[in-house]
Design a protein around this ligand. Structure first.
Ligand code: IPD
Ligand code: CA
Ligand code: CA
Length: 263
């Protein structure tokens, strides 16, 4: 394992400790822009912890994170190392004591995904990947499922913060549900990508998510043998928001899995 990946894993575990501690007490919650979009004091604290822990150990890296106005990808992020962080992915789950909520840490090298870590502090599952070196769950190699769509679960994201996107997501779900075992909605895009990576689901789709939602998880799913693209089948930009569809090797191999309506 590269030293940088070990540092990211340690950072994610510390973030998880903070989340677990905070779940024992009442926390402050603020509204953000968009429908039912919230940020808690813990999202901010976890982001601060990750920025300071990682910048002490990898001082040359740039930082991009969901909270506190640190969320804009710029030209400087196309060179050298840039951390892309979602301190808590699944904030509404976290607020409600519903699972999962995870910490997602991606690392871009010259604008290209290089390392990724997604940690679920409630289950202790840590997913990781290094470009070209495979994907792991708690250190054990993982692979996407080989089953066809008809024998797979499909996870959806509902695009909750953006007007019009839930309609698109649910019309796509209505189509997929006729072709798969059933639909799931976890509340965390990073987790959904790890579930495809580890073969528990066959697919995940969502009409629009942000760079910090997919940066680490998309690398993990790809390194596990999955195909991760936008709804048109084009590679993800790793620059900003995108539609995302992730498919196992079994489903991608069959073809015909890209969203067929409401593109
Ligand atoms: C959200 C979650 C959710 C997805 C949303 C994301 P947040 O992230 O990943 O599953 O549907 O699109 O924004 O707000 O909990 O960090
Ligand atoms: Ca998120
Ligand atoms: Ca978040």
């Amino acid at each position: 394992m590269t030293e940088q990946l070990a540092i990211m894993e340690e950072a994610a575990r510390r973030a998880g400790e903070l989340m677990r501690e905070a779940s024992q007490r009442k926390i402050r919650i603020d509204a953000k822009e968009g429908h039912a979009n919230f940020v808690t004091e813990v999202d901010r604290k976890v982001q601060d912890l990750l920025f300071s822990f990682l910048s002490e150990r990898i001082p040359k890296a740039h930082f991009l994170g969901e909270e506190e106005g640190k969320d804009v990808f710029s030209e400087r992020d196309t060179e050298g190392l840039t951390f892309v962080i979602d301190p808590i992915d699944g904030t509404s789950n976290f607020m409600k004591g519903y699972f999962p909520s995870v910490t997602s840490i991606g690392l871009l090298r010259d604008g290209v995904p290089y390392l990724g870590v997604v940690y679920n502090p409630w289950s202790g599952q840590l997913f990781s990947a290094e470009a070209g070196k495979g994907a792991f769950e708690n250190g054990i190699p993982i692979h996407t499922d080989t089953a066809p769509l008809s024998e797979s679960l499909v996870a959806m994201g509902t695009g909750p913060y953006y007007p019009g996107l839930p309609d698109i997501a649910f019309s796509l779900a209505a189509d997929y549900i006729t072709r798969c075992i059933d639909i799931r909605r976890s509340g965390s895009a990073a987790w959904d990508l790890c579930m495809v990576a580890s073969g528990r689901t066959g697919m995940y789709f969502e009409p629009k998510i942000q760079l910090w939602d997919y940066c680490a998880g998309a690398l993990i799913a790809q390194e596990a043998g999955g195909r991760v693209t936008d709804f048109d089948g084009a590679p993800l930009s790793f620059r900003g928001p995108s539609s995302v569809v992730a498919a196992s090797s079994g489903i991608a191999g069959e073809g015909g899995y890209l969203p067929r309506t409401a593109r």
